[in-house]
Ligand binder design. Structure first.
Ligand code: BES
Ligand code: ZN
Ligand code: ZN
Length: 479
């Protein structure tokens, strides 16, 4: 992982990049030679966003991202610029870079570093010949920066990368039990508490949704409880985060059509990875907030005893569900976890799930669909955090009619609606039945796993959700 530092006093020999926030910057401090001044002027005229100079035995990059309308868009442009610079550093085999910015506050510079650190991620575990990115250290220079800002950025980017690693792991490695073992390691490293329920305990608790999805599997399920409860927590009631931990989704007996549609289904535990990453970051940075994470985990397979369409399950809270499509499995395991969350008398519950293709089709990879019963002020704060972190949110309606589509003739509800419309919302309405507290559902099926590279988000797993919720929690505490 890329190491992020405050710039040391002597930085003379380091390659350097300056991020400019103004169209007409003050170059005086750089004391250009005549040749340099001419080159820079010509390239500025040609609107080149990244200018490269070689002086005093090292590189100097001048970076001019195009100004946008809103501040949050400028911040995102700085992240994207960081990833562009990263490409240059790689081609020049540069390992350490000193970055600075002419902006008054350090937010642009931090975003620049964030884009670099996140873009620098690679998943090379299974390569015999490991391609190695060159960048090792980023040094930030800005008068208003403190060591705590640097620590926070380091932990957030680390948490994001830890989540990406978990999502990129195939199910041949990452079974439910392995996921629990990985969470235990991260708990040890960062300081949050972890309790893992095994299959026997899950049976004793009668978590029928989780057991039902697991029926066709040879690997047992787990139910994971993560907790960070510091003495100085500002909230009396906890914030509970629930993550869908389907380690692989074949669809079960309602098998996904092959080929193609199953190829990325190792990503179906991206919600679980996000919750783990948030707990990791909150604990490592000792945030004064009481947070609980609940992760039901299993794969979804068409084995001998697999759920058959038409089966009826009794969920953890006693609700009966007619399962008409075993590929709508996420809501079954989440329903149990959402019911379990009631015992915490939570202030707010947020669930993260790669839940529906419908959400991905509606808005693509560019944002997360969310919906739920929390108050408008909370929703607005989340939308703001979504813009700040550029993990953008769009709210879908939860009108009663969508809930009516889940009426079953013979059980309390069915797990899929008959009609072809509103698939992301009917999934949300299903989950709502298991809540009695302020609740929000985030369907990350679109942004969790990308088929092509998208700037610093990379290709494949993106670790979406962690930066968003960390920003939200931090602002809650500051209130
Ligand atoms: N894990 C999938 C949703 C998904 C799709 C995630 C694409 C990531 C990318 C989920 O379990 C699923 O299969 N949902 C079904 C629901 C349907 C049967 C009502 C879907 O979206 O097709
Ligand atoms: Zn499915
Ligand atoms: Zn799924």
């Amino acid at each position: 992982m890329t190491k992020i530092h405050l710039a040391p006093k002597t930085t003379k020999s380091l390659p350097q990049a300056i991020l400019f926030s103004s169209e007409t910057p003050d170059f005086k401090k750089l004391s250009f030679s005549k040749d340099e001044a001419e080159l820079v002027a010509a390239q500025r005229k040609a609107k080149r966003p990244l200018i490269q100079l070689y002086r005093n035995g090292t590189y100097l990059f001048l970076h001019f991202p195009e100004p946008k309308k809103a501040k949050f868009q400028d911040i995102e442009a700085a992240r994207v610029a960081g990833n562009v610079l990263l490409g240059e550093l790689k081609s020049l085999n540069i390992g350490d870079i000193l970055i600075s910015s002419d902006a008054k506050d350090a937010s642009m510079l931090l975003a620049y570093a964030e884009g670099m650190a996140l873009g620098n991620y690679q998943f090379v575990k299974y390569k015999k010949e490991k391609p190695t990115n060159t960048l090792k250290n980023i040094y930030l220079e800005h008068s208003s920066l403190k060591q705590t800002d640097i620590n926070e950025l380091q932990v957030i980017t680390d948490a994001n990368i830890i989540a990406r690693d978990l999502v990129n792991e195939p199910v041949s490695y990452l079974t439910a039990e392995k996921l629990s073992a990985e969470i235990k390691n991260l708990a040890k490293e960062s300081g949050f508490k972890i309790e893992v329920f095994n299959k026997l305990k899950i049976k004793t608790l009668k978590m029928g949704g989780l057991l039902g999805v697991n029926q066709g599997s040879v690997d047992p399920p787990t139910f994971n409880i993560l907790e960070w409860n510091p003495k100085n927590a500002k909230n009396k009631k906890p914030v509970v985060l629930v993550g869908k931990g389907v380690t692989y989704d074949t669809g079960g007996l309602t098998l996904k059509p092959t080929p193609g549609s199953m190829d990325s289904m190792k990503c179906d535990m991206a919600g679980a990875a996000a919750v783990t990453g948030i707990l990791y970051a909150v604990a490592k940075l000792k945030l004064p907030v009481h947070v609980v994470g609940l992760i039901p985990a299993t794969d979804n397979r068409p084995g001998g005893n697999a759920l058959a369409p038409g089966d009826i399950l009794t969920m953890y809270d006693g609700t009966t569900v007619e399962v008409l499509n075993s590929d709508a499995e996420g809501r079954l395991i989440l329903g149990d976890a959402l019911s379990y969350a009631k015992k915490y008398k939570p202030q707010l519950v947020m669930d993260f799930a790669t839940l529906t293709g419908a959400a991905a089709r509606a808005i693509g990879q560019y944002g997360t669909v969310f919906m739920g019963t929390a108050d408008d002020a909370t929703k607005k704060q989340l939308v703001d955090s979504g813009n700040t972190t550029y993990e953008r949110l769009v709210e879908f309606p939860m009108w009663d009619e969508y809930g009516d589509m889940l009426k079953s003739d013979i059980a309390d509800l069915k797990n899929v609606s008959a009609g072809p419309v509103g698939g992301a919302i009917t999934a949300g309405k299903f989950l709502e039945r298991f809540t009695d507290y302020p609740w929000l559902h985030f369907d990350i099926a679109g942004p969790a796993f990308l088929s092509g590279s998208d700037s610093y988000r990379g290709k494949n797993a993106t670790g979406v959700g962690i930066r968003l919720i960390f920003d939200f929690l931090k602002k809650q505490i500051a209130k």
